[in-house]
Design a protein around this ligand. Structure first.
Ligand code: KG4
Ligand code: ZN
Length: 404
């Protein structure tokens, strides 16, 4: 689940979006400018070239609950609850579809998981994942419509994740979205995965207003962004190598954890048994007074710690170890987690300072992406925001991760 390039943006986003996701994300840059004013740079998400009817999309956007302000648009013709969007997401290993109303009501969400393949092969094989998506995409979409008790004729638009993700897999979802949109003359809303992670917070926290600060932590990204408005983001920090989710996953694998539920959740669980101060890992990038992240060095420290304790990193299932060795592994897990999250805390402290200088009206830090489901992460970041007089907005775990 690790993607690295920021692709183009959009509106509703990734499965998270639907399904996990959320829903209604931003639109094209050109469209966004109609809402945020001409000439404002979008420094985070790049543009995409969709050309749906403006009138139709503006109605959907308003319905989505993501509209920043009504501004000068007088063309909204649909009430929020009348807008119904089908979302499709196939960016990685799960095939997901959801039907969502413009007022944020999730009418259905269906996920077909390839978790077994993932644990069997220790990662996602793009070609195999693509075949998996192709096999189930029609069924997943139909199920989502059936569960919502709707047909394609009731839809206002089709939203689909366009990236970042595995291109072979993304294509399956995009082709399906195009087929439906073509047949029923619907606009397509392309969705940027990371923008979806940020904006899903507006689905659960209806009072969340721009500007806000967002920390997005997933398998492939670590981002600190200042969200000024829809489609108008400034990136304060990103990872210079690995994302925190990748470090959780790799550490979990080396510790022999059961990867079926994902490395992050397994590691969080084991860490509860360990002593977080047992191993002295150093906190990354302290000498760099910026908001960037680095997790490659921490991964190396973990690997060295495992090897120095003579723990094997291959064929090492934790279920077949002694209680003493389990304890050692739990100590490594807890020590890793403490330092990985301390790094987040330090960067967030600085980002809050920077963001408050740029936008003193900021009231919230949104934390989203798969790693934001972690209870320890939430608790620690809550201390940071409270200390700075802000509020933490963290979607429920089912909306933080890409797919439930
Ligand atoms: O956002 P997401 O679902 O997919 C990507 O966009 O990558 O994030 C997946 C990442 C994985 O690395 C997974 O191990 C991590 O989120 N994750 C967690 C937890 N739940 C998911 N990491 C730590 N603790 C968790 N509870
Ligand atoms: Zn994600």
């Amino acid at each position: 689940m690790a993607f690295s390039t920021l692709a183009s943006p959009l509106w509703l986003s990734r499965s998270a979006f639907f399904l996990k996701t959320s829903l209604l994300h931003s639109g094209t840059r050109a469209l966004t400018r109609r809402f945020t004013g001409p000439g404002q740079p979008s420094t985070f998400f790049s543009p995409i070239s969709l050309k749906p009817s403006f009138k139709h999309l503006s109605a959907i956007r308003s319905a989505s609950g993501i509209v920043a302000q009504k501004s000068s648009d007088s063309e909204w013709s649909l009430a929020r609850e009348d807008v119904v969007i089908l979302g499709i997401e196939t960016s990685c290993d799960d095939t997901a579809a959801a039907v969502v109303r413009g007022n944020g009501e999730i009418l259905s969400q269906v996920v077909s998981s390839q978790a077994d393949l993932l644990s069997r092969y220790g990662g996602v094989a793009p070609k195999m994942a693509e075949e998996g998506h192709s096999l189930v995409i029609n069924q997943v979409v139909q199920q989502a419509l059936d569960n919502a008790k709707l047909t394609e004729k009731n839809l206002s638009a089709v939203a689909v994740t366009i990236g970042p993700g595995l291109s072979l897999c993304l294509r399956v979802g995009v082709c399906k979205a195009r087929r439906i949109a073509g047949k029923f003359s619907l606009p397509i809303i392309s969705v940027h995965h990371m923008e979806a992670h940020a904006l899903v917070a507006r689905l659960v926290e209806k009072d969340l207003q721009f500007p806000f600060l967002a920390l997005l932590i997933s398998g492939g990204h670590n981002l600190l962004i200042l969200a000024h408005g829809l489609g108008h983001y400034v990136q304060l920090g990103t990872t210079i190598d690995d994302a925190i989710g990748e470090a959780y996953d790799k550490t979990a694998r080396w510790l022999g954890l059961d990867m079926r539920k994902g490395g992050g959740p397994a590691l969080e669980e084991l860490a509860r048994e360990g002593d977080a101060k047992a191993i002295k890992f150093s906190i990354p990038m302290r000498q760099h007074k910026d908001c960037n992240f680095s997790y490659a060095g921490l991964k190396t420290q973990v690997r060295i710690a495992i090897e120095s304790k003579n723990l094997s990193v291959e064929n090492n299932s934790i279920s077949s170890t002694s209680s003493h060795e389990r304890r050692l592994r739990a100590d490594i897990a807890a020590s890793f987690q403490r330092v990985a999250v301390l790094h987040l805390e330090e960067r967030c402290e600085r980002a809050i300072e920077w963001a408050m200088n740029i936008e003193p009206s900021i009231k919230c830090l949104v934390v989203s992406g798969g790693v934001a489901s972690n209870q320890y992460v939430r608790t620690r970041l809550n201390h940071v925001v409270e200390k700075n007089g802000l509020q933490l907005v963290c979607p429920p775990p089912s909306l933080c991760t890409d797919n439930v």
